[in-house]
Design a protein around this ligand. Structure first.
Ligand code: PMP
Length: 399
C-alpha cells in the first residue's frame, strides 16, 4: 500500500513542472523545445573550472574534515563572509550568529513555513508571486492572500486592508527586487512602509532576495531588512541565480534568537547543509572573482533582455503591455484583455515554444492574459528568431 496521510495526499505537482514534463515528452521524440518557461540561470556561465580547483584545495588543506559531520547552523567562514555580503543591501549591525545556512532559499522558506504556519494561518504574498513559495505555504496549511502589484511593488493600501481584516497572519512574503514573475522592484518608500505596517499589525516579513544582485543598471536596492528596526524581517538569500543552483546554498538572516529556533528545526530536518558546497561557495565568492563573474552574466542577460523586448514590440498583438525589468531573469507581459495564455499554450507549443501562463503565479486565478518569459537561458539569435514566431502564434490563436 502506498503511504498516505492528509498532509501527503494534499500535495500536488507544481504547475510549472507540468510544462517541464511536456518539454521532456517532446525531447523523447527527438524534438527540441525553445523554452522561455524556465526560471534558471544559464549553465554556460557556471564557474566549473574554478570549482574544480576549489575542490582540490579543500581536500589538500582540510582532508577528511571537509566531509565530516559539521555544525547545523553552517560553515562559520561562510557565515562571517555573508555578514559582510549583506552590507551590499544595506544590512548592517549583524554578526555570524544572525545567519543560518540553508540548502537553497527554498529550504529557508520551508523552515519558516513549518515554524510559523499554524492551523488557520494566513500568508500574505504579492499577486502574482513565485509558485514554489506559494506551493510551500499551502502545503503547510496556510491560506494565501495575494496583494495586487503596482509598478513599484505591492499595493500598501490593499496590504493594510488585508492586515486589518485578518488577525492570524503568519507572515508577509515579498520578493522586493526584480520580482518573480513581474520583474518589478519595490520602491524604498514602500519598503519602509512595509516594515512599519508589520510592526503596527504585529506580523513578520519574509524577504526573498535571490535576484537582488542581478541588476542591469548598476543599482542595488537597500533590502527591506535594512529598514528593520523591530526584528520583523527574516531575509532569505541564495547563490542559485548568481553562482549555480545545484550547489544549493542559501541563507536566512534574522535576530539571534530566531536563528537559534530555526537551527533546532534544521537539526530535526537534515542536520546540516553539505560541507563541500558551503566551502565551494565561500572560496568562490571570497577568492575567485565573484563580482567579475556576476558582471559578465549581467552583461549577457541585459543584452538578451533587450533583444527579447525589441522582438516582442515588433511581433506581439497591439495593446500588449510589457514590463521591462531592470534586473532578474524574467519579462512579464499582459496580452490585450480577453486573451487567455493558458488556453493558447498547447496551440503555441505545436511550434515547440514554451512560456509560463500568468495564472500559474496567481492562486486566485487572475492574470489569465499574462505570461512570463525567461530571457537568461536562450541566446540572443534564438530569441530574435523565436519570439516573433511566438508573437505570430498568439495573434493566430482563435478560441
Ligand atoms: N525564491 C524565488 C523568488 C525563486 O524564484 C526561486 C527559484 N526560482 C527560489 C526562491 C528558490 O531558489 P533556491 O535555488 O535558492 O532554493
Amino acid at each position: 500500500m502506498a503511504i498516505h496521510s492528509k498532509f501527503l495526499d494534499a500535495l500536488t505537482p507544481s504547475s510549472i513542472r507540468s510544462i517541464t514534463a511536456k518539454i521532456r515528452d517532446k525531447a523523447k521524440n527527438g524534438e527540441t523545445v525553445i523554452s522561455f518557461a524556465g526560471g534558471l540561470p544559464s549553465s554556460e556561465f557556471f564557474p566549473v573550472e574554478d570549482i574544480k580547483k576549489i575542490d582540490a584545495e579543500i581536500f589538500s588543506s582540510e582532508h577528511g574534515n571537509a566531509i565530516q559531520y559539521a555544525a547545523s547552523d553552517g560553515y562559520d567562514p561562510l557565515r562571517e563572509y555573508l555578514v559582510e555580503f549583506m552590507k551590499r543591501f544595506g544590512v548592517e549591525g549583524i554578526n555570524y550568529k544572525n545567519i543560518l545556512i540553508t540548502s537553497g532559499s527554498q529550504q529557508g522558506l520551508a523552515y519558516l513555513s513549518k515554524g510559523l504556519i499554524t492551523p488557520g494561518s494566513v500568508v500574505i504574498t504579492e499577486n502574482p508571486s513565485y509558485p514554489g513559495a506559494l506551493d510551500t505555504f499551502n502545503a503547510y496549511g496556510a491560506s494565501v492572500i495575494g496583494i495586487d502589484m503596482e509598478e513599484d511593488g505591492m499595493s500598501m493600501d490593499k496590504l493594510e486592508n488585508v492586515l486589518k481584516e485578518n488577525k492570524n497572519v503568519a507572515f508577509i512574503y515579498t520578493i522586493a527586487d526584480f520580482q518573480n514573475p513581474m520583474g518589478v522592484s519595490m520602491s524604498v518608500e514602500k519598503r519602509k512602509r512595509l516594515v512599519e505596517l508589520a510592526e503596527e499589525y504585529d506580523v513578520f516579513i519574509v524577504e526573498d532576495g535571490p535576484y537582488s544582485l542581478l541588476t542591469f543598471n548598476g543599482k542595488v536596492m537597500p533590502a527591506v531588512k535594512s529598514f528593520d528596526k523591530y526584528n520583523r524581517v527574516i531575509y532569505s538569500g541564495s547563490t542559485s541565480k548568481t553562482i549555480a543552483p545545484g550547489l544549493r546554498i542559501g541563507w536566512l538572516v534574522a535576530d539571534e534568537e530566531s536563528i537559534q529556533k530555526l537551527v533546532y528545526l534544521k537539526m530535526r530536518d537534515d542536520l546540516q547543509v553539505n560541507n563541500i558546497a558551503q566551502r565551494q561557495v565561500y572560496h568562490y565568492m571570497k577568492e575567485y572573482g565573484f563580482d567579475e563573474h556576476l558582471q559578465q552574466v549581467i552583461d549577457v542577460y541585459r543584452e538578451r533582455r533587450d533583444v527579447m523586448i525589441d522582438a516582442i514590440k515588433a511581433s506581439f498583438p497591439e495593446g500588449t503591455k510589457i514590463y521591462k525589468p531592470e534586473g532578474g531573469l524574467f519579462i512579464w507581459l499582459e496580452l490585450p484583455e480577453g486573451a487567455d495564455s493558458m488556453e493558447m499554450f498547447d496551440f503555441v507549443f505545436q511550434k515547440n515554444i514554451a512560456y509560463v501562463p500568468g495564472v500559474f503565479f496567481c492562486p486566485d486565478g487572475s492574470h489569465k492574459n499574462a505570461m512570463r518569459l525567461n530571457f537568461s537561458t536562450t541566446d540572443k539569435d534564438t530569441i530574435a528568431k523565436y519570439i516573433p514566431i511566438l508573437g505570430e502564434m498568439i495573434k493566430a490563436y482563435k478560441k
